[in-house]
Design a protein around this ligand. Structure first.
Ligand code: SF4
Ligand code: SF4
Length: 381
């Protein structure tokens, strides 16, 4: 494992961080908690979670593991999060921190994220007088939190605007080997400002392992596109911690092996990737699920957008896309849909929630056209 200094905090954190958002929920909590202990044995010392992750069970799973790691508590770093819209007052922010401490069975959080800043208004809400940030500062004074950091899905130029105000000691961003040309200004600004920089979604929410056959250009010699994507973030001098969501020991082994032999991508690698990365690769659905609760029509927006990823990653003709959609409607990600793309009433709620700022309504219109073709083909048979 390699260790890096987290901004100006002086903390030496592992380049790979344990992301608590992808536990296998078919497993009992104790089994999932064992993954944290295993990660610690492998040299990982940064552990990140949030309320709501994994059906709101992730912080409890952390609690089981952290109780067993009490003797090494001062050798590990723990973070969780709270969104300004869920806790718009200082009082609510404090209560949320207390609740997380209790669930995670620790006396202090090393890092606490002002969570999920998708628009600058969310940031304004957090820092307003009597708001979340004020509550967190109080928690910091009382020793419940060591460092206040921020997690954001803003575009690079907006990240620059937010960081210019100088509220945070670190920033978590969705940056990876596919979208970095479009997000790099935010990473550079954070790094140059002396902040700890965390990357989430290093595998683009599973898009890279699922489409390795189409993403061969990412890989150098003797590595897979998935390994190259991990190496990109873990080896990047501007990125302090790469949060990887683990559900199995083998995932931890792979990330740690890459960190053990870490060689940053060189200029030739970066040039090769930049040549191939199309602008639409910043428009991939990461499967984060933030849109799931937003659709009153019960359209499985994330599943439709996951299908749409295929269109962005391949150069299929319209006929081939329709054929592929037919398979997904009958057997694939869309088989259990409660409503169809054509049921969209364009209320915009899903776009409001989308961490990737996707033009979901436009995509659903396109999908509805293809879905209509599929139905017509079926009715002719
Ligand atoms: S815009 Fe369409 S898909 Fe999105 S929430 Fe509204 S009805 Fe659902
Ligand atoms: S559509 Fe947006 S919010 Fe929904 S899963 Fe995809 S990236 Fe996440």
């Amino acid at each position: 494992m390699i260790y890096k200094t987290f901004g100006q905090t002086g903390k030496q954190v592992s380049a790979v961080g344990f992301g608590g958002m992808r536990f296998d929920m078919s497993q009992p909590p104790k089994k999932n908690a064992e993954l944290l202990l295993y990660a610690r044995e492998k040299g990982i010392n940064y552990f990140d979670t949030a309320p709501k992750y994994c059906n709101d069970k992730s912080e409890d799973i952390f609690g089981i593991a952290l109780k067993q790691m009490k003797s090494v508590r001062d050798e590990i770093y723990v973070s969780t999060k709270g969104s300004p819209s869920d806790m718009p007052t200082a009082d609510k922010a404090r209560k949320a921190v207390e609740k997380s401490l209790k669930r995670m069975k620790v006396d202090k959080l090393d890092f606490y994220f002002v969570w999920c800043i998708r628009k600058l208004e969310h940031f304004e809400l957090a820092i307003r007088k009597g708001g979340q940030y004020e509550g967190l500062l109080k928690c910091k004074e009382e020793g419940l939190i060591d460092h206040i950091v921020v997690s954001t899905h803003l575009r690079g130029s907006e990240i620059v605007q937010m960081l210019d105000k100088n509220y945070f000691e670190g920033v978590l961003m969705g940056v990876n080997i596919l979208n970095f040309p479009y997000r790099w200004d935010g990473v550079q600004k954070a790094h140059e400002s002396g902040l700890g920089v965390l990357a989430m979604n290093p595998l683009a929410g599973g898009v890279i392992p699922q489409h390795e056959d189409k993403l061969g250009f990412l890989a150098g010699e003797h590595e897979t596109p998935t390994e190259a994507a991990l190496r990109f973030c873990i080896g990047c001098p501007e990125i302090t911690v790469t949060l990887v969501g683990f559900s199995r020991r083998e995932h931890i082994d792979t990330a740690c092996r890459i960190a053990d032999n870490c060689r940053p991508l060189d200029a030739a690698d970066i040039h090769r990737i930049r040549e191939h990365v199309a602008e639409n690769m910043d428009s991939l659905c990461t499967g984060c699920g933030y849109c799931l609760a937003s659709c009153a029509q019960n359209i499985p927006v994330a599943s439709y957008m996951q299908f749409y990823n295929e269109k962005l990653l391949t150069d299929k003709s319209e006929a081939q896309t329709i054929e592929s959609l037919k398979i997904h409607l009958d057997w694939g990600v869309l088989v259990d849909r409660a409503a169809e793309s054509a049921d969209c009433i364009e209320c915009g709620q899903c776009e409001e929630a989308c961490t990737q700022h996707l033009n979901i309504m436009e995509r659903l219109r396109e999908l509805a056209g293809w879905e209509k073709h599929v139905k017509e083909q079926k009715s002719k048979k």
